[in-house]
Design a binder for this molecule. Structure first.
Ligand code: THU
Length: 142
């Protein structure tokens, strides 16, 4: 797992909490914020953005990833996710697959609750046996 300095960990948590404040979630009222640190030290925040056509909603994690990827980043150091829940909330299945596209499996994912606690889990633990492009290509040529 990547080593993250205390300074970066504090920023990661701060940005994940800040990102939640911009959540657009009038339908679910379930605010989610995500913070993403890229390999070159750039930070991205993301929130969930809902829609009157419910299925058009995008999760906070994917918002952060899309912001980073569309700015040219492909390698990531750490992700944090915050909600308004006392319990830890982990990324949905679509986000797990989306995040696993970029990896690494050892990516640390910090889940934050409202008590100021965090749970640390790796991407591989969130999505074991993930479907990847390499496997996909093998499927295609068989
Ligand atoms: N949501 C996220 O932003 N991330 C997740 O990993 C789980 C769900 C959002 C989607 C929707 O806006 C709200 O939470 C309720 O599902």
């Amino acid at each position: 797992m990547n080593h993250i300095s205390k300074e970066n960990l504090d920023l990661l948590f701060k940005y994940a909490l800040e990102a939640k404040e911009t959540s657009y979630s009038p339908y679910s009222k379930f605010r989610v914020g995500a913070a993403l640190l890229t390999k070159d030290g750039t930070w991205y925040k993301g929130c969930n953005v809902e829609n009157a056509s419910y299925g058009a909603a995008i999760c906070a994690e994917r918002t952060a990833y899309c912001k980073a990827i569309s700015e040219g980043h492909r390698e990531f150091i750490a992700l944090a996710v915050s909600t308004d829940q006392d319990d830890f909330v982990s990324p949905c299945g679509i986000c797990r697959q989306f995040i696993s596209e970029f990896g690494p499996g050892s990516l640390p994912v910090y889940l934050l609750n409202t008590k100021g606690e965090f749970k640390l889990i790796t991407l591989s633990e969130l999505l074991p046996l993930s479907f990847s492009l390499e496997q996909g290509q093998k499927f295609l040529i068989k």
